[in-house]
Design a binder for this molecule. Structure first.
Ligand code: FE
Length: 175
Protein backbone atom coordinates (compact mmCIF):
# COMPACT_ATOMS: atom_id res chain seq x y z
CA UNK A 1 0.00 0.00 0.00
CA UNK A 2 1.21 3.45 -0.81
CA UNK A 3 1.61 5.27 2.50
CA UNK A 4 1.72 8.65 0.83
CA UNK A 5 -1.54 7.97 -0.97
CA UNK A 6 -3.08 6.67 2.25
CA UNK A 7 -2.06 9.86 4.04
CA UNK A 8 -3.60 11.90 1.30
CA UNK A 9 -6.72 9.80 1.62
CA UNK A 10 -7.10 9.37 -2.11
CA UNK A 11 -5.36 7.93 -5.11
CA UNK A 12 -3.06 10.31 -6.93
CA UNK A 13 -4.38 11.42 -10.30
CA UNK A 14 -1.50 9.88 -12.19
CA UNK A 15 -1.68 6.46 -10.58
CA UNK A 16 -3.11 3.63 -12.70
CA UNK A 17 -6.66 2.70 -11.85
CA UNK A 18 -6.98 -0.74 -10.33
CA UNK A 19 -10.62 -1.53 -10.83
CA UNK A 20 -10.24 -5.23 -10.83
CA UNK A 21 -9.25 -8.66 -10.96
CA UNK A 22 -7.63 -8.44 -14.37
CA UNK A 23 -3.99 -8.75 -13.53
CA UNK A 24 -2.80 -8.95 -17.09
CA UNK A 25 -4.61 -5.79 -18.21
CA UNK A 26 -2.36 -3.32 -19.90
CA UNK A 27 -2.34 0.20 -18.51
CA UNK A 28 -1.34 2.83 -21.03
CA UNK A 29 -0.53 6.26 -19.77
CA UNK A 30 0.69 7.46 -23.11
CA UNK A 31 0.87 6.21 -26.67
CA UNK A 32 4.53 5.23 -26.38
CA UNK A 33 3.55 2.23 -24.31
CA UNK A 34 1.71 0.68 -27.23
CA UNK A 35 3.27 -2.17 -29.12
CA UNK A 36 3.07 -2.81 -32.86
CA UNK A 37 1.86 0.72 -33.27
CA UNK A 38 0.20 2.18 -36.31
CA UNK A 39 0.55 5.93 -36.73
CA UNK A 40 -1.46 8.03 -39.15
CA UNK A 41 -1.86 11.74 -39.42
CA UNK A 42 -5.08 13.36 -38.41
CA UNK A 43 -5.74 14.17 -42.08
CA UNK A 44 -5.32 10.51 -43.02
CA UNK A 45 -7.72 9.35 -40.31
CA UNK A 46 -10.24 11.95 -41.37
CA UNK A 47 -10.05 10.76 -44.94
CA UNK A 48 -10.36 7.05 -44.11
CA UNK A 49 -12.98 7.05 -41.38
CA UNK A 50 -16.63 7.99 -41.50
CA UNK A 51 -17.44 11.19 -39.58
CA UNK A 52 -18.90 9.12 -36.72
CA UNK A 53 -15.94 6.75 -36.58
CA UNK A 54 -13.59 9.73 -36.54
CA UNK A 55 -15.48 11.42 -33.71
CA UNK A 56 -15.40 8.29 -31.57
CA UNK A 57 -12.01 6.78 -32.45
CA UNK A 58 -9.95 9.94 -32.75
CA UNK A 59 -11.88 12.50 -30.69
CA UNK A 60 -13.06 10.13 -27.92
CA UNK A 61 -16.73 10.84 -28.44
CA UNK A 62 -19.39 8.38 -27.25
CA UNK A 63 -22.27 7.26 -29.43
CA UNK A 64 -25.72 7.49 -27.88
CA UNK A 65 -26.88 4.37 -26.04
CA UNK A 66 -29.08 1.94 -27.99
CA UNK A 67 -28.22 3.56 -31.31
CA UNK A 68 -25.09 1.74 -32.46
CA UNK A 69 -24.88 -1.10 -34.94
CA UNK A 70 -23.77 -3.77 -32.45
CA UNK A 71 -25.38 -3.21 -29.05
CA UNK A 72 -28.06 -5.78 -29.91
CA UNK A 73 -25.97 -7.86 -32.29
CA UNK A 74 -25.65 -11.58 -31.57
CA UNK A 75 -23.94 -13.19 -34.58
CA UNK A 76 -20.90 -15.41 -34.00
CA UNK A 77 -17.61 -13.93 -35.13
CA UNK A 78 -15.00 -11.37 -34.21
CA UNK A 79 -14.97 -7.62 -33.76
CA UNK A 80 -12.06 -5.71 -35.29
CA UNK A 81 -10.96 -2.14 -34.72
CA UNK A 82 -12.79 0.04 -37.24
CA UNK A 83 -9.65 2.14 -37.52
CA UNK A 84 -6.85 -0.35 -38.13
CA UNK A 85 -8.50 -3.78 -38.41
CA UNK A 86 -6.83 -5.27 -35.33
CA UNK A 87 -8.80 -8.14 -33.78
CA UNK A 88 -10.21 -6.87 -30.48
CA UNK A 89 -13.12 -8.93 -29.18
CA UNK A 90 -14.79 -12.28 -29.86
CA UNK A 91 -18.55 -12.75 -29.94
CA UNK A 92 -18.34 -15.37 -27.20
CA UNK A 93 -17.10 -12.67 -24.81
CA UNK A 94 -20.12 -10.48 -25.58
CA UNK A 95 -22.95 -10.32 -23.09
CA UNK A 96 -26.18 -8.41 -22.70
CA UNK A 97 -25.43 -5.75 -20.12
CA UNK A 98 -28.55 -3.72 -20.85
CA UNK A 99 -26.46 -0.54 -21.05
CA UNK A 100 -27.07 0.11 -24.75
CA UNK A 101 -23.49 -0.39 -25.93
CA UNK A 102 -21.74 -3.59 -27.02
CA UNK A 103 -20.38 -5.17 -23.83
CA UNK A 104 -17.63 -7.77 -23.52
CA UNK A 105 -16.15 -9.46 -20.46
CA UNK A 106 -12.66 -9.62 -21.96
CA UNK A 107 -10.67 -8.68 -25.05
CA UNK A 108 -9.61 -11.36 -27.54
CA UNK A 109 -6.03 -11.11 -26.26
CA UNK A 110 -4.73 -9.29 -23.20
CA UNK A 111 -2.49 -7.08 -25.33
CA UNK A 112 -5.14 -6.26 -27.95
CA UNK A 113 -6.32 -3.28 -25.93
CA UNK A 114 -4.68 -0.78 -23.63
CA UNK A 115 -6.08 1.39 -20.89
CA UNK A 116 -5.68 4.95 -19.75
CA UNK A 117 -7.01 6.95 -16.85
CA UNK A 118 -9.84 9.22 -17.96
CA UNK A 119 -10.93 12.14 -15.79
CA UNK A 120 -13.20 13.78 -18.36
CA UNK A 121 -16.75 14.84 -17.47
CA UNK A 122 -15.77 14.97 -13.77
CA UNK A 123 -15.67 11.16 -13.68
CA UNK A 124 -12.89 8.75 -12.82
CA UNK A 125 -13.01 6.12 -15.52
CA UNK A 126 -10.69 3.72 -17.30
CA UNK A 127 -10.55 4.36 -21.02
CA UNK A 128 -10.05 1.42 -23.40
CA UNK A 129 -7.90 1.98 -26.48
CA UNK A 130 -6.92 -0.11 -29.47
CA UNK A 131 -3.34 -1.15 -28.65
CA UNK A 132 -2.34 -0.90 -32.30
CA UNK A 133 -3.67 2.45 -33.51
CA UNK A 134 -4.53 4.12 -30.19
CA UNK A 135 -8.16 4.58 -31.26
CA UNK A 136 -10.65 5.25 -28.48
CA UNK A 137 -12.94 2.25 -28.03
CA UNK A 138 -14.86 2.97 -24.84
CA UNK A 139 -14.37 2.31 -21.13
CA UNK A 140 -14.00 -0.71 -18.85
CA UNK A 141 -15.97 -1.05 -15.62
CA UNK A 142 -15.88 -3.61 -12.82
CA UNK A 143 -19.58 -4.46 -12.93
CA UNK A 144 -19.30 -7.26 -15.49
CA UNK A 145 -20.37 -10.90 -15.05
CA UNK A 146 -19.07 -12.16 -11.72
CA UNK A 147 -18.92 -15.72 -13.01
CA UNK A 148 -16.28 -14.81 -15.58
CA UNK A 149 -13.99 -11.76 -15.28
CA UNK A 150 -16.21 -9.31 -13.44
CA UNK A 151 -15.36 -6.77 -16.13
CA UNK A 152 -17.56 -4.90 -18.58
CA UNK A 153 -15.79 -3.54 -21.62
CA UNK A 154 -18.35 -0.96 -22.74
CA UNK A 155 -17.44 -0.30 -26.36
CA UNK A 156 -18.80 2.03 -29.02
CA UNK A 157 -20.19 0.24 -32.08
CA UNK A 158 -18.57 2.95 -34.20
CA UNK A 159 -15.14 1.73 -33.06
CA UNK A 160 -15.84 -1.81 -34.21
CA UNK A 161 -16.14 -3.74 -37.45
CA UNK A 162 -17.80 -7.14 -37.15
CA UNK A 163 -16.61 -10.13 -39.13
CA UNK A 164 -18.86 -13.19 -39.09
CA UNK A 165 -17.46 -16.63 -38.38
CA UNK A 166 -17.89 -17.74 -41.97
CA UNK A 167 -15.73 -14.93 -43.26
CA UNK A 168 -13.22 -15.10 -40.40
CA UNK A 169 -10.60 -17.46 -41.71
CA UNK A 170 -8.36 -17.17 -38.68
CA UNK A 171 -9.76 -16.02 -35.41
CA UNK A 172 -7.13 -17.68 -33.27
CA UNK A 173 -9.88 -19.07 -31.12
CA UNK A 174 -11.95 -22.22 -31.36
CA UNK A 175 -15.44 -22.54 -30.03
FE1 FE B 1 -7.01 0.16 -34.05
Amino acid sequence: MCAAAARRGRVAADEPVATTPGAQRQILTDSSAMTNKLFKTDAEWKKELTPEQYRVLREKDTERAFTGEYWNHHQPGIYRCAGCGAVLFASDAKFDSGCGWPSFDKPMAANAVGEAVDHSHLLHRTEVLCARCGGHLGHVFDDGPKETTGLRYCINSASLKFEGTNSAATTGKKK
